[in-house]
Ligand binder design. Structure first.
Ligand SMILES: *Cc1c(COP(=O)(O)O)cnc(C)c1O
Length: 385
C-alpha cells in the first residue's frame, strides 16, 4: 500500500513547505550585494528567540555539537575546572568535550529520567568558597530522556558565583522558553534541525558579555570556532568563512513563521502536543520514562511494555506505516522509544503517530483497548479549544 512518510524523531524535524521553497533558489555571493541585509535580518530575529539584547549571535556552519564545542573553547583554558550538570547523554557530551580539551571536569549527574536539582547545585556552589569552578554547563532539554530542566531555577542557583554559565538548548530553543538575559545565561547554544524547522547544518552560539570577558583569558586552541573572528565579521553582517547560504535562506523564512505564530503560542503548542501524547500513553497502559512533572514538551520518552522490545515497536511503525519514531540511546536502547513533537508539528500529526502506535502495540500483544489512546488525545485537544 502507498504510505506517506512521517518523521517523529527529535531532530532532524520536518521542514515546512515555505521553508523548503525559500531554500530552493539559486546561490548568491555571500560577499556580494544583498547578503548583508539577509544576514542582519536573521541575526535580529534570532535575538528575539534567545531573548537577548546583550549577546552576540555567532552563526557557524556546523552541527549542534559544534556549537557546544564553540562555547567551550572560547571561554576556558587547559586545567580550568568546570561543573557539568548532566541528566543524560547530551549532558555527558558537555563533559566529554570539556575533557577532550583538558579541562578539569566535575560531573554532577542525576538519574536518567529525572531533572537536575537546583538546590544541589546551589549547595555545591556555596561550598566553592575559593571560586575554583570557572564554568557551569547544563542542558536545557535532555533529548535522550525526554526531560526538561528548570533552567531558570538552575541559573538562579548560580547567582552568587562568578563562573560563566552555558546552556545547551539544542532541542529547546524556539520551542521551550529561553530568557537568556533575564535568567543570566552567558552562553546559549542551539542547532538548526530541531525546533527551528530547517535542515541540519547551522550551529548557533549566543555569546554574552560575561562570556566575552572569559574569552579574553581563554587559552584553549581555536581557529574555526574562534568567537572573535566571527564577531569581527558579524559587525559587518558578514562571516569569516563561507556560511551555509541555503540554510540561511531557510532560517530567515522559518524565523518569519516563528514571528507570525508568536513565541508564546509556539511554547503553548508544544505543551499541548506533549499533553496529547501523555494522555494517550497513559490510556494505552504505557509508562513514561520521566515523571510527568518534568516530561519534555518537545519529545516524549516512553518505556516499552514488559516483554516487548522498543525496537520492535519502531520497526513495525516504520515498515508497516512508514512512521519513524526514535529509540533509546546507550543503555536505554530497546527499553524506551521516543516520539519527537517539535518544530513543524501540529495536533493532526499526533493523531497519526498515536493511532498507529496503538495498532502496533495491539498487534504486538500489549494489553490495550483499541481507540482508548486516541480518545484520550482527542479529549485533551477538545478541552484546549
Ligand atoms: C540534538 C542535540 C544535540 C546535538 O546536536 P547535533 O546537531 O546532532 O550535533 C546536543 N544537545 C541536545 C540537547 C540535542 O538534542
Amino acid at each position: 500500500m502507498l504510505n506517506k512518510r512521517y518523521l517523529f524523531v527529535p531532530g532532524p524535524t520536518p521542514i515546512p513547505e515555505r521553508v523548503q521553497n525559500a531554500m530552493h533558489v539559486p546561490m548568491i555571493n555571500h560577499r556580494g550585494v544583498g547578503y548583508e541585509s539577509i544576514f542582519k535580518d536573521i541575526i535580529c530575529r534570532l535575538q528575539d528567540v534567545f531573548n537577548t539584547h546583550t549577546a552576540d549571535i555567532l552563526v557557524y556552519p556546523s552541527a549542534g555539537t559544534g556549537a557546544m564545542e564553540a562555547g567551550i573553547v572560547n571561554m576556558f583554558s587547559p586545567g580550568d575546572k568546570v561543573l557539568v550538570i548532566s541528566i543524560g547523554n547530551f549532558g555527558d557530551r558537555l563533559g566529554e568535550i570539556s575533557k577532550n580539551y583538558g579541562l578539569d571536569v566535575e560531573m554532577m549527574s542525576f538519574v536518567e529520567g529525572t531533572a537536575a536539582c537546583p538546590k544541589k547545585l546551589q549547595a555545591r556552589l556555596s561550598a566553592d568558597t575559593e571560586f575554583q569552578i570557572k564554568g557551569i554547563l547544563m542542558t536545557h532539554n535532555e533529548t535522550s530522556t525526554g526531560v526538561t530542566n528548570d533552567v531558570k531555577a538552575l541559573l538562579a542557583a548560580c547567582a552568587h558565583h562568578p563562573a560563566v554559565r552555558m546552556v545547551d538548548a539544542v532541542s529547546a530553543l524556539g520551542a521551550i522558553e529561553m530568557r537568556m538575559d533575564e535568567w543570566g545565561a552567558d552562553v546559549v547554544v542551539t542547532g538548526s534541525q530541531k525546533a527551528l524547522m530547517i535542515p541540519p547544518g547551522i550551529g548557533l552560539v549566543a555569546f554574552g558579555p560575561r562570556a566575552w570577558e572569559a574569552y579574553k583569558t581563554s587559552k584553549l586552541p581555536k581557529f574555526y570556532w574562534d568567537a572573535a573572528k566571527v564577531k569581527k565579521s558579524l559587525d559587518k553582517w558578514q562571516n569569516p568563512y563561507t556560511p551555509a547560504v541555503s540554510l540561511l535562506f531557510g532560517l530567515q523564512e522559518a524565523l518569519k513563521m516563528i514571528e507570525e505564530e508568536g513565541l508564546n503560542n509556539i511554547y503553548a503548542r508544544h505543551e499541548l502536543l506533549a499533553k496529547m501524547v501523555r494522555a494517550a500513553v497513559s490510556a494505552m497502559n504505557l509508562e513514561l520514562l520521566p515523571d510527568e512533572s518534568v516530561s519534555s514538551s518537545v519529545v516524549t520518552a516512553i518505556k516499552a511494555p514488559e516483554g516487548i522490545n522498543a525496537k520492535d515497536i519502531q520497526k513495525a511503525l516504520r515498515e508497516q506505516y512508514a512512521i519513524t519514531v526514535a529509540g533509546g540511546q546507550r543503555h536505554l536502547e530497546g527499553k524506551i522509544f521516543r516520539i519527537g513533537h517539535l518544530g513543524y508539528a501540529c495536533p493532526a500529526d499526533m493523531i497519526v503517530v498515536l493511532t498507529f502506535l496503538e495498532m502496533v502495540l495491539y498487534k504486538l500483544g500489549h494489553k490495550l483497548e483499541l481507540g482508548a489512546g486516541i480518545k484520550a488525545a482527542q479529549q485533551v485537544l477538545i478541552e484546549a479549544e
